[in-house]
Design a protein around this ligand. Structure first.
Ligand SMILES: [Zn+2]
Length: 268
C-alpha cells in the first residue's frame, strides 16, 4: 500500500532542517554550501546519498539538474559503514543528503552531526514490517526499497526533496518521477504475472539476509532467510542452519555486505 509521503517530517533534526524551504533556493543557486569541501567544478547542486541504490533512483528523478553521488561505494557494507574523513569533506559540498532511514544507516547520525546539508528520509510514508527475530526484533525492517510498491514512495520522496532544493526544477522532477514510476510499476506487474504461473505452495523466496520482506509481502511470497539483518553480528541463523562452508564470512547481495560470521561474533 502506498502511503502519503510526509516530506516535512522526512528531514533530520540538523541545523538546516527547520529552515529547508527558505534555504533551498539559496542552496540551489550557490551549489556549494561551504568553502570547506572539495573543489568541485560542477556548478549544479550536489545530492549525496547513503548508498548506491538510492543514488540510482535519485538520478532517474534528477534528470541531470543536480549531481547525484553515493557516499558508499558499490559493495560497501551499509549497515555498519564508518564514514571516512573524505566522506566528511564531500559532505561539506552537499546541498542535500538522501538516506533510507528505518535504522539502515546506523552510522549516519555521526555523519550528519558534522554536515550542514538538509537530509530527506526516503522511507517516510512506508508501512513498515517489523524484524521478526534476533537482536533487532520488533524494529522496522529497513529494506523497504526492495518492493516495487515501496519504491514508488521513495520516488515521490526524492521528487519532493529535489523540488524543495530546486523549486525551478519542479516540472522536470515531476515528469521524470512519473516516467520512472511507470517503469517500476511494470517491474511489479511483470513479477506478478510470472508468479501467477507458480503453484502457490511453491511461492517462496530464499536468501541469506531477510532483506526481501517487503517484496515477499507485496508479491505473496513466503520468505526464508539465514539471518534477519546484516548488521546483526550475533551469527544466529533464524530460520535454517547455514552450510558448513558458510561458517566464515559470506556476501549477502541485498545490502552488498559481508554477512556476519557464524562462528566469531563481533560488534556492533
Ligand atoms: Zn541489509
Amino acid at each position: 500500500m502506498l502511503g502519503v509521503p510526509n516530506f516535512r517530517d522526512g528531514f533530520s533534526s540538523n541545523a538546516w532542517s527547520t529552515t529547508i524551504p527558505g534555504v533551498a533556493l539559496t542552496l540551489a543557486l550557490s551549489a556549494c554550501s561551504t568553502t570547506a569541501g572539495t573543489d568541485r567544478d560542477d556548478d549544479r547542486p550536489l545530492v549525496l546519498t547513503t548508498f548506491t541504490v538510492i543514488a540510482d533512483m535519485a538520478e532517474n528523478v534528477a534528470a541531470d539538474r543536480v549531481e547525484v553521488a553515493s557516499l558508499t561505494r558499490p559493495g560497501a557494507e551499509i549497515h555498519g559503514y564508518e564514514p571516512t574523513p573524505d566522506d566528511l569533506v564531500r559532505g561539506q559540498d552537499a546541498d542535500l543528503i538522501l538516506e533510507n532511514g528505518l535504522g539502515l544507516e546506523a552510522w549516519f547520525q555521526q555523519f550528519t552531526d558534522r554536515v550542514d546539508a538538509p537530509t530527506a528520509v526516503l522511507s517516510e510514508g512506508i508501512e513498515t514490517i517489523p524484524v521478526s527475530s534476533g537482536g533487532y526484533e520488533g524494529e522496522p525492517n529497513p529494506h523497504a526499497w526492495m518492493s516495487p510498491d515501496n519504491a514508488l514512495v521513495y520516488v515521490d520522496n526524492i521528487r519532493d526533496a529535489l523540488t524543495a532544493l530546486d523549486p525551478e526544477g519542479e516540472a522536470t522532477y515531476t515528469e521524470a518521477a512519473e516516467a520512472y514510476k511507470e517503469e517500476i510499476s511494470e517491474v511489479g506487474s511483470y513479477l506478478e504475472t510470472e508468479l501467477s504461473g507458480v503453484p502457490e505452495s511453491s511461492r517462496a523466496l530464499v536468501t541469506c539476509e531477510g532483506a526481501f520482506s517487503y517484496l515477499a509481502r507485496d508479491a505473496g511470497l513466503t520468505e526464508r532467510y539465514l539471518w534477519p539483518v546484516n548488521a546483526e553480528r550475533e551469527g544466529t541463523p533464524s530460520r535454517s542452519p547455514p552450510s558448513p562452508s558458510s561458517s566464515a564470512t559470506m556476501t549477502c547481495p541485498p545490502c552488498s555486505a559481508r554477512a556476519p560470521s557464524t562462528t566469531a561474533p563481533s560488534g556492533p
